[in-house]
Design a protein around this ligand. Structure first.
Ligand code: KE4
Length: 420
């Protein structure tokens, strides 16, 4: 097999940046990507045979670890019955029932093939249901790459100046506020209340690094939406089934009108989902006039993998994983501080971000204060020692139920060896 450098040179002649998603180009960490040949449990191997402890986990989906036997068996069984029918199948019912059982606010839902499709469709539904045009989103939140969301978006979109290709006529309906700035949202409603279709928010933000809602923030958004007749959309593509078995909404005790999901519910296969109150969802075609469709929506293999994933997760100890992840994150932070680096930790559940700043991080301004060069240095030296972290300081470090104490010990040892 060709080595990563050769593969990357060839990939760059075929795909922009040699990748099918910008973050994977590793430009933020001034590096070139390793091409992965296989993955199992908490580890991945590149084409050169180098082994890494993996904290990217496919950007969140692999919370059970790679190649989970139950999930793989379910996918193998399904694919032998046909990869795609373009017709209803029982697997869609099984996954939808399981999601609704675990996230009761999702009385009814629609499966799609990515988180972007889920949020794009939820926004269209909110606009169709309310007859309003404006959407409130938060600077540094990333909801996929639909035009309306590419205003001050997070994740890799944060590294692309402006929004080339997105007409001003579209983003003029997108009202921005900093995360945790309830006053700014109140002002938007005071000025546009009767034309705001929805607020979309990451209930814990994972695309500017991890940023947590301050007490009263989500409650305030809920109250404003109720007061003005706008829909509250929780984008739980990251937090769904990671922040608890019922997502962030169960952990924080807030009920949104619509929820979007992705990542974990596909068990590594392409699945997104949006859903909420039956009365709202029945505005979607063919019952209502709001249109959305998809050739591979409800794909039987992806449904089987997602269903197997959710069944397995209900046997997992989320509290224990959170305790172990907290210990790892706190010890990593201490090691960085002992090396004279400013380090601010934000953590919850099985996700954390260490920012190279000594200021608190409560919104995108705090996240942007983290030293990108220091992160690149850290990332490069951890990668060289077989620890695969997100190649961007504005992403989360994820753990899985497959990570062992030995993985964490090796990770801490690698951090102790880093020279700044
Ligand atoms: P996808 O279209 O990438 O499946 O989902 C978009 C999306 C929506 N909402 C949230 C909160 C998300 O985090 C995402 C996607 N996350 C990024 C990284 N955090 C995916 C990685 C990538 O773009 O390569």
């Amino acid at each position: 097999m060709m080595d990563s450098k050769t593969l990357y040179a060839k990939a760059q002649t075929l795909m922009p940046g040699g990748v099918n998603s910008p973050l994977r180009a590793c430009r933020y960490v001034k590096s070139e990507p390793a091409f992965i040949a296989r993955a199992e449990g908490s580890h991945v191997w590149d084409v050169e045979g180098r082994e890494y402890i993996d904290y990217v986990l496919s950007w969140g989906p692999q919370i059970l670890g790679h190649c989970d036997k139950t999930v793989n068996d379910a996918a193998h069984k399904a694919v032998d019955l046909g990869s795609s029918y373009g017709a209803p199948c029982e697997g869609e019912i099984l996954l939808a029932e399981e999601i609704s059982k675990l996230i009761p606010s999702m009385e009814m839902m629609r499966m799609v093939s990515s988180g972007t499709e889920a949020t794009m469709s939820a926004l269209r539904l909110a606009r169709g249901y309310t007859g309003r045009s404006k959407v409130v989103k938060f600077i540094g939140n990333y909801h996929g790459h639909a035009d309306s969301f590419l205003a001050a978006a997070g994740s890799a979109a944060a590294t692309v100046p402006g929004t080339p290709g997105v007409p001003e006529d579209i983003v003029k309906h997108t009202l921005l506020a900093h995360y945790n700035d309830l006053e700014a949202v109140e002002k938007h409603f005071a000025e546009n209340g009767d034309d705001i279709a929805c607020i979309i928010v990451e209930p814990a933000a994972g695309n500017m690094g991890l940023v947590l809602p301050e007490p009263g923030f989500l409650e305030g958004l809920r109250a404003l939406c109720t007061k003005y007749g706008a829909l509250l959309i929780f984008d739980e593509v990251i937090t769904g089934f990671r922040f608890s078995i019922g997502g962030a909404q169960q952990r924080f005790g807030i009920e949104p009108d619509l929820t979007t999901l992705g990542k974990i519910i596909g068990g590594g296969f392409p699945v997104g989902c949006y859903g909420g109150k039956r009365e709202i969802m029945n505005h979607m075609a063919p019952c209502g006039g709001v249109f959305q469709a998809g050739t591979l929506s409800g794909n039987p293999v992806a449904m089987a993998a997602g269903y197997a994933t959710l069944k397995r997760l209900q046997e997992c100890d989320y509290d224990a994983l959170e305790q172990r992840t907290t210990k790892l994150a706190e010890e990593l932070t201490a090691i960085l501080r002992e090396k004279g680096q400013p380090a601010t930790l934000v953590r919850m559940a099985s996700a954390f971000t260490i920012y190279f700043t000594d200021q608190p991080v409560v919104d995108q301004r705090g996240s942007a204060a983290s030293n990108a060069d220091t992160y690149a240095t850290f990332w490069q030296q951890m990668q060289a020692q077989g620890v695969n972290l997100a190649p961007a300081g504005f992403e989360c470090t994820f753990t899985s139920f497959a990570h062992t104490d030995e993985d964490f010990e090796k990770t801490l040892e690698a951090a102790r060896n880093v020279k700044f």
